[in-house]
Design a protein around this ligand. Sequence first.
Ligand SMILES: [Zn+2]
Length: 396
Amino acid sequence: MVAPRKLNALGVAGASELFQLLRDGRPRTRAELAEITGMARSTIGLRLDTLLDLNLIGPIGEGVSSGGRPPSQFALNQSARVVVGADLGASHATLAVTDLGGTILGTLRTAMPIADGPERVLSWFADATRTLLADLGRSPSDLLAVGMGLPGPVEHSTGRPVNPPIMPGWDGFDVPAWVRETLGVPALVDNDVNIMAIGERTHAFPDTRDLLFVKVATGIGSGIISGGLLQRGAQGSAGDIGHVPIQRGAGVACHCGNFGCLEAMASGPAIARQLRQTGATTDSMRDVIDLVRAGDLNAIRAVRQAGRDIGEVLTMCVSMVNPSVIVLGGSVSAAGEQLLAGVREVVYQRSTPLATHHLSIVQSQAAENAAVLGASMLALDFALSPEAIGSMNASA
Ligand SMILES: [Zn+2]
């Protein structure tokens, strides 16, 4: 163990910057690190010692040598600690334990209505976290942080839900304080579409700087990544496209109190409702997807039209943020190509050639893991930030 005084003198702060380089998991030698950072080899050595003491990195394999003793390589010690990513949805809750590299080690899922209120839902979350850690043979002290997605608007700076329409009892609830009191770790809370955008980018588009993730399910929303950063807007509601009016919606009432909203025309329940009007027995989105897969023409037309409606709003988004990738996720996107085809039809036809020249519109690849992966990433980015590493103590 290194004495705190020595740590201060040598600078955990400097070590934390070196650590940011090693977070990608690639093994590097002292010489490579010196070359990338411009630091002296002796400084690199001291900072590596600090990170080794913190158990955040470990020596790995052997580097390529020009002769003599092979140089040691160092890389992120992915299994040293873990974080939890949670996706608390309208009717289901999922959580995943991931390592420091963002690899999912185990997941738990249960039917859990968010409308049961914060005490009940979060108590399940805390119990499930302890159970999953134990199942994976991890100690509670291995947990660094929690990332959590909620199905409603969240004030990012405080982690508190703000007037969430489908979450009775949650308005203003201090989720991070509850988690810290119960599990003893910090919690980062965001809305579900934002974490899905982060999860999708991490999983499938790590080099894409401008990505729009659109969730089409019971509601419709989007997460905007621009210039490599998630854009939350002034109050955290950026990307909330569900209540933008569309042409076909004229006169149709939406649950928000307005008329003609995208969500009232193209969400899962809206498509099921429209099909019921043609005589189909579609109680849920599941029924709609089954009909589409069975080749039912009315269902195919309805989903394709929903795609065009979404495309109408996305055309505007393309003009505003110029993404290079639009990803469709959420339960309705399981209907597959028909929804995508409707979106593409309108966006490619109506957007400017420059904006669509390199624009791909694709289905989510992270699929049902997008949310927990994104939530884990929120937790990791916080727990492994230069500030957090800088304040770590080697004895921790
Ligand atoms: Zn509305």
